[in-house]
Design a protein around this ligand. Structure first.
Ligand SMILES: [Zn+2]
Length: 203
């Protein structure tokens, strides 16, 4: 087997991009390449509902034990799992447009609706550390959990620090609170730009 590029990682049989967004919501929108188009990506990492679950575990959003049980649930409800993945990818596109200030009124409404629904599904339960918000453990959990975090990002102070990578065919998002970062990753876009600049000097 050939080695994976350094910005990718093989996780439980699924190839996933390493997180570079400094925020899980931004890493979620970075699960496809090529945000210069809204059509199908050249590389899509969320290729199945199971891959989406494994990504959630990889970035620490959903505990591995929960992911394990949800993979079992999804196995028994393949049609629902496929529908959930579809909804997730739609939300990702609309959220990208909201985060980058390109959203139409319709996309914004669609994003708001997903976040509001997720908010309404929360249950206040008593844990060992006191009352906490929890989502029911069903196939809607991973998207609802992301939607709640997206709601916090959109209404919180971090939103002002969201930057878009200017790399060719990239458009990935990351947080840049100190205003020092240009590329999503030096290993990919930063390096490509360096190579191009070098080639231009050599001509
Ligand atoms: Zn980039």
């Amino acid at each position: 087997m050939s080695a994976l590029p350094s910005h990718l990682e093989l996780v439980q049989g699924v190839v996933l991009p390493k997180p570079v967004g400094a925020d899980p919501v931004l890493d979620f929108v970075n699960t496809r390449s090529d945000w210069t188009t809204r059509g199908p990506a050249r590389t899509e990492w969320l290729t199945s509902y199971e891959a989406f679950l494994i990504w959630n575990s990889y970035v620490g959003l959903v505990p591995p034990a929960t992911v394990f049980r949800l993979i079992e649930q999804a196995g028994g409800k393949p049609t629902e799992a496929t529908r959930r993945l579809h909804t997730t990818l739609e939300f990702r596109t609309e959220l990208y447009d909201v985060l980058t200030g390109q959203a139409t009124a319709e996309s914004f409404e669609a994003v708001a609706l997903v976040i509001e629904r997720a908010s309404g599904r929360r249950q206040l339960v008593l844990s060992d550390d006191g009352p906490v918000w929890e989502l029911p453990e069903d196939l809607a959990l991973p998207l609802d959990n992301l939607a709640l975090l997206a709601g916090e990002l959109l209404t919180g102070p971090s939103r002002a620090h969201v930057r878009m990578c200017p790399g060719e065919s990239c458009g990935w998002l990351f947080l840049d609170p100190r205003g020092r970062r240009r590329w999503c990753s030096m290993a990919t876009c930063g390096n490509r730009a360096k190579v191009r600049a070098h080639a231009a000097r050599a001509r």
